[in-house]
Design a protein around this ligand. Structure first.
Ligand SMILES: *Cc1c(COP(=O)(O)O)cnc(C)c1O
Length: 457
């Protein structure tokens, strides 16, 4: 017996859903939308957030006015900028918190992904997928020291999860040391390493065995190792961001990472560098580990790894460590990790970073940016506490959240997106595309100066 699908009447509700879907698809198809369509998109977006996503977002974001009369809805992006649905362009200095190292929709990355998409999107899960092998080889070549084997993920938190599980399996130990102000992600394993109490408290207890020590305090790190050894809880791994991102762009004190490396070696402990934000050229080197001449046992990557086009992440580990997963490669898996589209994106991204010398460019432009920002803030010491950074990872710390919010809102209204929400603006982060032009940098600085003059301390 066969059913004639066309003759079965669709329910009224399904008919409505179908019509809605067709309308949305017709909009996706368009490069630009007209005024009427823009108004419809804005209304549907605000209503959808309020009724079906999370109304909380409408309260805290500077892109929405208090009464919701105005809301900026993004629609397209290119280079160092993105546009809202009404065609207003913004210089993107938030950079998705470090996703857009090779710029928005870099043509070489888009080409690799679309070429791959035309042939095969996802992998069979059984045959050997070639791009996985080729990307792993490239990573072994470009990562510091003897890092050699790669496992692929879809996000930063997944990379951290993989690193923690690998460290446990290798060491047969269960204690981890992380640092205050660290951010390693929000899934239960990585959240155990993350430091912010507000994000952790409702989910306690997390993975047993995590201890936090102040970032940059080597003596505390050393004492904690001694205590752990004394009570029979040997440390499996220390997990660190070489430069803390989410914590407010915190640079390590001179010699700190090298000292931690030596301490780890002394105790047979692994060193995991979470370079989800600092990696892929952001800090002036391909990886921040190179800035400090330290080789970790495992490096975690994500964010810019997929070139701002595909979600993609990876860990790369030394053979000695990774070989714990040789006997049974199914000990840790993910269906989509290392899929052909993500690998194509990552391979093209690394190609662009190398060919266009973008890590070095980040260092040079970053130095200029930092110097000019500091100059612009002169005379505003009552508002700005400190401006610091490395490469194109820059933080502006204000005396209060409110000042930071007013500055980031003022800049947003003038076409520049920097980080900072109503509840998290004490340090605003600047992480633009590494391809940002000097003209764009100058416009950001001029605007910062202008807004700083208007904001009250
Ligand atoms: C953003 C970030 C993560 C988490 O990445 P997600 O892709 O959001 O899970 C982990 N570690 C660091 C250092 C990050 O900056």
């Amino acid at each position: 017996m066969s059913i004639d699908l066309k003759r079965e009447t669709k329910s009224e509700q399904n008919q409505q859903v179908s019509e809605y879907i067709n309308k949305v698809l017709s909009l996706i198809e368009k490069e630009e939308v007209n005024k009427e369509e823009a108004a419809w998109i804005t209304k549907e977006t605000v209503d959808g957030f309020r009724e079906h996503v999370n109304p909380g977002f409408l309260t805290y974001r500077k892109s929405v006015t208090k009464d919701g009369q105005f809301a900026a809805v993004e629609w397209s992006d290119n280079g160092a900028c993105f546009k809202d649905v009404n065609g207003k362009e913004y210089i993107d200095c938030l950079g998705g918190f470090g996703i857009y190292n090779v710029g928005h929709r870099n043509p070489k990355v888009v080409k690799a992904v679309t070429d791959q998409l035309k042939r095969q999107a996802l992998h069979s899960q059984d045959l050997l997928d070639p791009l996985r092998a080729m990307l792993a080889k490239i990573l072994a070549d470009i990562t510091p020291g003897d890092l050699k084997y790669a496992f692929f993920t879809n996000s930063g938190t997944e990379s951290v999860e993989a690193a923690l599980k690998l460290a446990k399996m290798y060491s047969e130990r269960t204690t981890f040391i992380s640092t205050t102000r660290a951010f390693h992600g929000k899934s239960l394993g990585s959240l155990s390493g993350t430091a912010k109490g507000m994000f952790r408290k409702p989910f306690l207890p997390l993975i047993p065995g995590f201890r936090h020590v102040p970032f940059g305090d080597f003596d505390m790190m050393k004492k904690t190792f001694e205590v752990c050894a004394a009570v029979g809880e040997d440390v499996a791994a220390v997990i660190l961001e070489p430069i803390q991102g989410e914590g407010g762009i915190i640079l390590p004190p001179e010699g700190y990472l090298k000292q931690v490396r030596e301490l780890c070696d002394e105790y047979g402990t692994l060193l995991i560098f979470d370079e989800v934000q600092t990696g892929m050229g952001r800090t002036g080197k391909m990886f921040a580990a190179e800035l400090y001449d330290v080789v970790p046992d495992i490096i975690c990557l994500a964010k810019a790894f997929g070139g701002g086009v595909m979600p993609a992440g990876a860990i790369v580990a030394r053979e000695e460590v990774f070989k714990s997963w040789f006997p049974n490669p199914f000990m840790h898996t993910t269906t989509f990790g290392g899929n052909p589209l993500a690998c194509a994106a990552a391979i093209a991204t690394i190609g662009v970073l190398i060919e266009e010398n973008l890590p070095v460019r980040a260092g040079v432009v970053g130095e200029y940016f930092l110097k000019e920002l500091k100059e612009a803030a002169q005379g505003h010491e009552d508002k700005v506490l400190e401006i610091r950074g490395q490469g194109l990872m820059i933080g502006i710390e204000f005396h209060k959240d409110e000042i930071g919010y007013e500055v980031s809102k003022g800049m947003f209204d003038r076409g520049i997106l920097v980080a900072g929400t109503l509840i998290n603006s004490k340090t605003i982060r600047i992480e633009p595309a590494l391809t940002i032009s000097y003209e764009e940098v100058d416009k950001v600085i001029r605007t910062f100066k202008e807004v700083l003059n208007l904001v009250k301390a």
